[in-house]
Design a protein around this ligand. Structure first.
Ligand SMILES: Cc1cc2nc3c(=O)[nH]c(=O)nc-3n(C[C@H](O)[C@H](O)[C@H](O)COP(=O)(O)OP(=O)(O)OC[C@H]3O[C@@H](n4cnc5c(N)ncnc54)[C@H](O)[C@@H]3O)c2cc1C
Length: 294
């Protein structure tokens, strides 16, 4: 039963000394132990009674978790414990991945972003998560430590449903890696919430594009949040097949609208969400195209 604001239940706080110890503990306590970093989803869900874990496993101090590094040949590596304010303030992120900083900046408030992380945001797998879209269009890779060692998962196949990912018992996300975007790339995140700050998205649209001589002149990607069981990318191939015009962007926005499977909830109706996908996709693509064409 979910009871709003009953106070935190009792739990044991576990601070493992290594990733191997953390993965082993989580795998041995399936269904009763949970990794956490910022805790901004975890403690709210525990307080509300939605999650009833006996053990919370603090993984934020483990090796590599706090690293934020940029190497052009490899890309940007965001350790799982890097909080959103640190990410937003990074000169490399602002220069090479501004759409990621823009998306992170829409999450809740400054205070909350001192705790909230991109890793927590994607592991939480909320359809409304703000940073998943940037990761999808940028083709991010998720570094995972599990009981069998390390592996890398593509973010594009990471989300499996609301609150569900490809992660298995014992898996801990250690970092998210974003390849260097192609020269001249531009991106935009547009979020519609019930208020200007601090609300989950009714609809979130990430648009991303770059010059590409092998196509119409550009390649575009769009990711949508809060309009399907997971964040996802509608097929924008039509924008590579013909010269870009405002009419073609309208057509692409229509394709995006027809690809969604929204629900009615407290934040908005399914119909409103569908129509807003069309408007926001049109606006975000137009913004990106205008900057590309400059
Ligand atoms: C008031 C408020 C406003 C909010 N507003 C927004 C908003 O506008 N937009 C938005 O997208 N979100 C919002 N959120 C949700 C939340 O802040 C984000 O999802 C945040 O990014 C979660 O990061 P965290 O580090 O706090 O995650 P945590 O709470 O630590 O973890 C979240 C989930 O991920 C799992 N997890 C965490 N780290 C790992 C790991 N390394 N490996 C495996 N699993 C892991 C946990 O087990 C848990 O299931 C809001 C939350 C609050 C309380």
């Amino acid at each position: 039963m979910i009871t709003a604001h009953p106070g935190l239940p009792e739990f044991d706080y576990i601070k493992p000394a290594s990733l191997s110890e953390a993965s082993a503990f989580l795998a041995q306590h399936v269904g009763e132990a949970r990794a956490f970093i910022g805790g901004t989803d975890t403690f709210v869900r525990m307080r509300d009674g939605a999650w009833q874990d006996k053990y919370l496993v603090d993984v934020k101090g483990l090796p590599g978790m706090n690293d934020l590094t940029f190497v052009p040949a490899v890309g940007l590596r965001v350790g799982a414990a890097v909080n959103m304010n640190r990410l937003i303030a990074s000169p490399e992120v602002n220069e090479h991945y501004p759409v990621l900083a823009e998306a992170a900046h829409t999450v809740a408030s400054y205070q909350l972003r001192t705790r909230a992380t991109v890793a927590g945001n994607i592991c939480n797998a909320s359809p409304a998560g703000d940073t998943g879209g940037a990761g999808l269009v940028l083709d991010a890779k998720v570094h995972v430590h599990g009981v069998d060692g390390e592996r890398v998962e593509a973010l594009r196949t990471f989300f499996k449903g609301p609150g569900k990912t490809v992660l298995k018992p014992g898996d801990i996300v250690t970092a998210i890696e974003y390849p260097l975007p192609p020269q001249g790339a531009q991106g935009k995140y547009l979020k519609l919430g019930r208020n200007a700050i601090g609300d989950l998205a009714i609809v979130g649209v990430t648009a991303f594009g770059y010059p590409d001589r092998t196509t119409s002149g550009y390649r575009f990607f769009v990711a949508l949040a809060s309009v399907a069981p997971t964040p996802f990318m509608p097929d924008m191939a039509l924008l590579s097949e013909k010269s870009i015009t405002l009419e073609l962007i309208d057509e692409a926005a229509d394709v995006a609208m027809k690809s969604v499977k929204p629900i009615d909830d407290v934040r908005g109706s399914a119909r409103y969400r569908s129509l807003m996908v069309r408007n926001l996709t049109r606006n975000a693509l137009t913004d990106v195209w205008k900057r590309l064409a400059k």
